[in-house]
Write a protein of this length. Sequence first.
Length: 674
Amino acid sequence: MPSVVISGVRTVETHWIPLADGRKLAARLFLPDDAEKNPVPVILEYIPYRRRDGTRTGDDEMHLFFAGHGYACARVDISGAGDSDGLLDDEYVKREQDDGLEILAHLCAQPWCTGVAGMIGISWGGFSGLQLAARRPPQLKAVITACSTDDRYACDAHYNGGLVINDNFGWGGALFGYSALPPDPAVVGEDRWRQMWRDRLDDHKNHAAEWLKHQRRDAFWKQGSVCEDFSAIECAVLAVGGYLDGYTQTIFNLVENLEAPAKGLCGPWGHKEPNSGVPGPAIGYLQECIRWYDHWLKGIDNGADSDPDMRLYLMDYARPHSHIDARPGRWLGFPQWPAKQIGGKAYWLNGDGKLGETQGAGAGPLTISSPLTTGVQGQEWCPYGQGRISAEGARDQRADDGGSLCFDSAAMAADLPLAGISKIRLRVASDKPQAQICVRLNDVAPDGTSAFITFALLNLAHRESHEFPTPLTPGQFEDVELDFKPVAQIIPEGHRLRVAISSSYWPMAWPSPERTMLTFDPKGCRLDLSLLASEEGLAPVAFEEALWAEPGPVTVKEPARQLRSLTTDLPTERTELTALSDDGRFVFEEIGTEITSWRRKIYGISDNDPTSCVTQVTCHEELTRPDWNARLDCEITVSCDRDSFHISGWLKAYERGTIFAERTYDEVIPRDCL
């Protein structure tokens, strides 16, 4: 996966964007050398991750490439982040979108711009593109959104199926530290940077606690969720992601619901851009982006508007492992989506533990009360360290299957190609008013190895609505339906399909307040698979080699590392999963700044007590030059009882080893049908 040297371009280290209220936002520009004489469209990436000393290498790789292909690019720090004025209130607030409208107007008025803009981004940047598109700025003609969401409640790092997931605290802990970093005095001035830093620290928030105060889909989450009005988006949208990512569903939602031109692209990847996607194969994503923008921003008739509505990578079987470098498989191009090539197949969950193509004779109810550690063999909700040697994927599922109610099909007489969004209908009762359910689909090899395919979660109090949850009546059967995370994968001939149902799924999902016993009536339990029924009429799909621009020089002083361990203290039956993500120590040579950054997550639970669940996230950030040193250490801890969550935190900011500011946080947040 080579980098290429880009010529004929220049960068502007800091370009100030004035806003109507007097604030200024910091941008880094990437421009063709002759853009003032021959104006070009502009591509905006708008995120809080410090354009100067945070995302610098990735920005170089993407935006230098785009500039070399005839585009101006602007990497803008959101208000209160990096070197931008103001304060960072929260994710995706309306003011952030309002600022974005001013940014687009400013950029498109520059002499090097034709007045036409596109947006691009992964994760936060992908959100930004969709949210600004829904505001219909006249300059914005095309968006490329990767690993993002159309629904901030149903498909983001906070809640899944109405359950709070530990990513709410893992991501919240990371933002807890990242949002408290200072601006660079070399940019904002020696006379301003300390006061700007103190203002940020005085306004600093425990974001994870704020998100935990909104446990149902209320107005907080609806703001910024473009699914509230898909028709608001009028520009062209290319939605990109991977099956291992947490945001896969968004690709399908956008392609199926947008009235504007929309295309989807989904590979085997985690939370990464596809030109560096892991598991591989990576693709020439930046070339695809250029092709998209050439059509929609420059009016070049290159056929991008006639690409298949959906391009899916159909994965072959791979033995389970926590880190897989590449998935064998092939690309499928669906000219229209929903596609006529997609069909279905029904299986019944029969009382004898078999997954049958016909409903079995009457059988009594089946029960499960899973160990609270059921789920420790699963993947992270959103694996984003897969570009390094990390272990965030699902391992052999047999241990988790042992704590689950399982239904196995007969051995496949031929390959079974799953494709799209499968569903399961369950008739279930709980012995407690608050309960959760996880359903996994696994591929069982002839030797018994159980490989994770996909999953679905549901807070049973949310069985009818995420906005208006209602507790269960103990002992009363309810008919519920769950949608599985989208996937395209072959179950090979001779393998079996397993449905594994559990009453807990830790550490991904926070447990219910009490141990629960779930009872199932097999007569009301059916799996509806989404399958590739025919390949007739599919379009060919081919990609160029993965490329990116040669970034600016970086000197690595200590290498990055990813560590993960799972331990159980046998006398106390307490299990802990520890994950360390260490970016190492390195220097951006162009600006002379040394960066040190690491984050550690510890998830813990005792097997017989759901209220023993604890999550702790610790972060360290340090910025150093000969004339400057700023350091930040912080930590949040989340625990619970039957009625409430307890979330505490501390933060210490240092200048040259001396305390600059200290903050502590402590809140009790009632559980709300959770």
